[in-house]
Each structure stands twice: as C-alpha cells, then as structure tokens.
Design a protein around this ligand. Structure first.
Ligand code: HEM
Length: 74
C-alpha cells in the first residue's frame, strides 16, 4: 500500500479496489462522471467510493479491469 500511496496525483494515479491495484491515470480525463471523482481515488483505497457508485454495473467494472496492474501485497 505504501507504493500505491506514492502514486497520488494526476501524473501517476494508482488506486486499490477490492485488493487489486489499478493505474487509472489515463482515465482521469475520460471518466463520464468527471475527473474529480477519479482524482479522489489517487494513492488510496478507492473500494468504498467505487462500489458506492458503481456496484454491480457492468461497464464501470469492465473499464476498471482494463486498468489492473497487480494485486495488493499483504
Ligand atoms: C476507476 C474507477 C471508476 C471507473 C472505472 C468508472 C467508470 C465509469 C463508467 C464506465 C461510467 C459510464 C457508465 C455508463 O455510461 O453506463 C461512469 C460514470 C459515472 N461515474 Fe464512474 N468510474 C469510476 C469511479 C467513480 C467514482 C469513485 C465515482 C463517485 C464517487 C463515480 C461516479 C460516476 C458518475 C456520477 C457517473 C455518471 C453517471 C452514471 O453513469 O451513473 N465513478 N463511471
């Protein structure tokens, strides 16, 4: 998680959702729900925010999967 914490800005934006790590840098400017909501995930665990908005929705889940770069080390 310390490594994810370093990627906390628009230049390099990583987030963790359900223990998977995602590089969503390129998604900031493309998100239909606006850039601010993605920026709010940078460098942190975004599980609550993501599931709170997109739980069970097919398209957001598929998009998210395309940004996966790894699994959180415990
Ligand atoms: C990396 C994480 C996220 C991904 C991959 C993602 C993906 C998407 C996608 C694909 C859409 C379009 C949905 C459609 O047209 O059916 C969308 C819309 C939207 N997203 Fe996200 N999203 C993410 C995070 C968030 C967060 C954290 C929030 C709010 C806390 C949020 C709020 C919204 C809103 C308000 C919309 C537009 C209205 C809606 O489709 O309901 N998103 N997102």
């Amino acid at each position: 998680m310390a490594v994810v914490n370093d990627h906390d800005n628009e230049t390099s934006c990583w987030t963790v959702i359900n223990d998977q790590v995602y590089d969503v840098t390129s998604w900031i400017g493309q998100h239909p729900g606006g850039p601010e909501r993605i920026k709010g995930l940078c460098g942190q665990d975004g599980t609550a925010q993501f599931t709170g908005q997109h739980q069970g929705a097919d398209l957001p889940q598929k998009r998210l999967a395309s940004f996966r770069i790894g699994t959180l080390a415990k």
